[in-house]
Design a protein around this ligand. Structure first.
Ligand code: PLP
Length: 645
């Protein structure tokens, strides 16, 4: 458990059972645990290929419950005289089944949606249930926060949605939007509820820290806010300005940053109220972090606070400022995406091959070149007392062996032996290093240099783009064989033909590690069939936020199969199966017509047969393969794996 730190990042949803399999408890503390390995096996039997994304809708429900429960507790604790109305930022994961579930699970809490673009606004308008006869000031209704760049149609659509019974709040992110909102609302005769997004001076941290400060992409500076207020006052619409919004970036690791932002935003809020705006809502944006490495620290892959700490800091900061300024406390809104959506999705993929650096020890005879004898002698005499010195010796021998080869004094076979002896020495030294409490600096890279490559049947670009683009860490581990010592150390390479398509940074205690503890693949030999490897399944966890929509079609590896799992009294049921792309579909995305391609192939085959370059059987086999492949998944089929040494 410690190797993969599952108790840190996995609680309360993921753990390990007595069979050595990862289990999922989608309903957290109330309900049964599913054996993830058995679940995947069952799905494979239903012909659902890997890679595969499992979505547990009960986890989504639990995340919403937790966030709302934390606000309810905080509001009770501080006797905060107003309510919480969270919204889910659709950008985080727009898939229909997710937004549908969110709306359903959020209904008891009047949980709303946040749109960051016109397409997302269109989702929100159609997915949220409008109220038939809402009171003008009714608070028990989900909010629809309208963020992002806005054109005339965006604002018009949002305003007209008030007539349907929605409660859209148009958040001004650029000064020009104020004039547009004034003009459109007076044309339509519909009074808007407006908000302003502040550019706080509080600096976010880490990867997404550029969302604040004067150079931030969105929001109004304080002088711009004053201009907006004047424009609204002149249009006699200052009472429409009701909300202050800020977003200091996603995955805020340190609670001190949140406290600081809250202090600044709360002061802006009360000052806006004092200037005559009708301030009723404070929207604290996203940023609530996820503990990807389980370390509970302010490391960028973690966070040094829990949901309740976050909520308490939000509530207390705004209450302190409002009480001191004698301004009514606002409805609190948060736009937490990552913290709601991450845990529900698990990516499962199989390993198709490895390249262990584990050649057999070559034989060295008395008449062999001295460099080979030196290497062999070193190998024989490596001990815990001399392993560091031995390492420097073998490094030097290897360099010399290559020079000798370059000058023609060593043949290809001898060079191969020298390399094999070098690796054998390194492995022996590494075994000793692993038993030491402290590894000398010069030997630190040994683990990485000797790591095997595990070829994973997936595309990093499609399924974990943030791991490639911004080095984001996700917990990754085998989902079975956890009762067996993982004797191998490896990095993961995906099946794209891009050398960036790899994962070589893994979570560790308050840091990253460059290799992952893995099991050797088990080869199965059956007479008359080529050797194959037993399925070895890895899981990448906490991938429900941002990864799916940011994923791309590099090498034309398309969308993967998605299975929505819901718990029921008998165990679980497959709520939805969303099949991944076929090859014909991805070819269509890049404007190929599969029928045209097939037609070309038929013509080429006819020509080749006419020229006697191809037999009829060969042509049939090729065309059958081509046609069948068009309808198949873009990823590799199981059991095609080989173990390369
Ligand atoms: N609100 C806004 C305006 C955002 O830009 C984002 C994403 O960065 C979010 C909310 C969601 O943030 P998070 O996923 O950190 O909760």
């Amino acid at each position: 458990e410690n190797l993969y730190r599952i108790t840190g990042w996995g609680e309360p949803y993921f753990s390990i059972n007595a069979a050595g399999h990862v289990t999922v408890s989608p309903q957290a503390d109330h309900g049964g645990a599913l054996d993830l390995y058995e679940l995947v096996k069952g799905l494979r039997q239903r012909n659902i290929g890997l890679p595969l994304l499992l979505r547990f809708s009960d986890i989504l429900a639990d995340r919403i419950n937790r966030l709302n429960a934390a606000f309810a507790r905080g509001i009770a604790r501080y006797r905060y005289p107003n309510t919480y109305r969270g919204v889910y930022p659709i950008k985080c994961n727009q898939h229909r089944h997710i937004v549908e579930s969110l709306v359903r699970y959020g209904t008891p809490y009047n949980f709303g949606l946040e749109a960051g673009s016109k397409p997302e606004l269109m989702i929100a308008l159609a997915m949220l249930q409008p109220q038939e006869n809402p009171e003008p000031d009714q608070q028990n209704q989900p909010l629809l926060i309208c963020n992002g760049y806005k054109d005339r149609e965006y604002i018009e659509t949002a305003l007209l949605a008030r007539r349907l019974g929605h409660r859209p709040i148009i958040v001004v992110e650029q000064v020009a939007e104020v004039a547009l909102a004034i003009e459109i609302s007076s044309n339509l005769g519909i009074k808007p509820i407006l908000g302003v997004r502040a550019k706080l001076s509080t600096q976010g941290m880490g990867r997404w820290g550029i969302s604040t400060g004067d150079r931030a992409k969105f929001g109004l500076t304080i002088p711009e806010m004053l201009t907006a207020i004047e424009q609204l006052r002149r249009a006699d619409m200052l009472d429409s300005l009701q909300l202050l919004h800020f977003h200091i970036g996603s995955q805020i690791s340190s609670i001190s940053v949140i406290k600081e932002a809250m202090t600044e935003a709360s002061q802006i809020f009360v000052q806006l109220a004092k200037l005559g705006a009708n301030m009723r809502y404070l929207d604290v944006g996203g940023g609530l972090g996820v503990d990807y490495d389980g370390s509970k620290t302010n490391f960028y892959a973690s966070k040094n606070y829990n949901i309740q700490n976050y909520v308490n800091d939000v509530i207390s900061a705004v209450q302190d400022a409002c009480v001191a300024a004698e301004v009514p406390c606002p409805v609190l809104i948060s736009e937490s995406g990552r913290a709601i959506a991450s845990h529900q999705s698990v990516l499962i993929f199989d390993v198709v091959a490895t390249n262990d650096i584990n050649p057999p020890l070559p034989k060295v005879k008395g008449k062999d070149h001295a460099i080979l004898r030196n290497l062999m002698e070193t190998w024989e005499t490596i001990t815990v007392d001399n392993y560091q010195e031995a390492y420097h010796d073998v490094e030097q021998f290897k360099t010399e062996a290559i020079s000798l080869f370059n000058f023609g004094y060593l043949g290809l076979k001898e060079r191969a032996k020298a390399e094999e002896l070098y690796w054998a020495c390194c492995r022996k030294i590494l075994q000793i290093c692993r038993q030491q409490e402290y590894v000398p600096d010069d030997l630190e890279n040994l683990e990485v240099n000797l790591a095997s490559i595990y070829y994973a049947n997936m595309s990093v670009f499609q399924s974990a783009p943030d791991s490639w683009a911004i080095d984001q860490l996700f917990p990754i581990m085998p989902i079975h064989r956890l009762d067996e010592e993982p004797t191998q150390r490896g990095i993961l390479a995906d099946i794209t033909c891009d050398s960036d398509g790899k994962i070589d940074q893994f979570i560790d205690l308050r840091d990253v590690k460059s290799v992952l503890e893995l099991h050797p693949l088990i080869e199965v030999h059956q007479p008359g069939t080529p050797p194959r490897v037993e399925p070895y399944y890895l899981g990448m966890f906490l991938v429900g936020a941002y990864q799916e929509i940011m994923g791309n079609l590099h090498n034309l590896f398309g969308d993967i199969n998605v299975v929505h799992i819901q718990m029921n009294p008998k165990g679980y049921q497959i709520e939805h199966l969303v099949r991944g792309d076929t090859i014909a579909e991805v070819l269509g995305y890049v404007q190929y017509d599969p029928e045209d391609l097939l037609e070309n192939m038929r013509r080429y085959c006819e020509q080749a047969m006419e020229d006697k370059r191809m037999s009829l059987e060969e042509a049939q086999l090729l065309l059958e393969n081509y046609e069948r492949s068009l309808l198949q998944y873009t990823y590799l089929k199981p059991t095609s794996g080989i173990h390369t040494s």
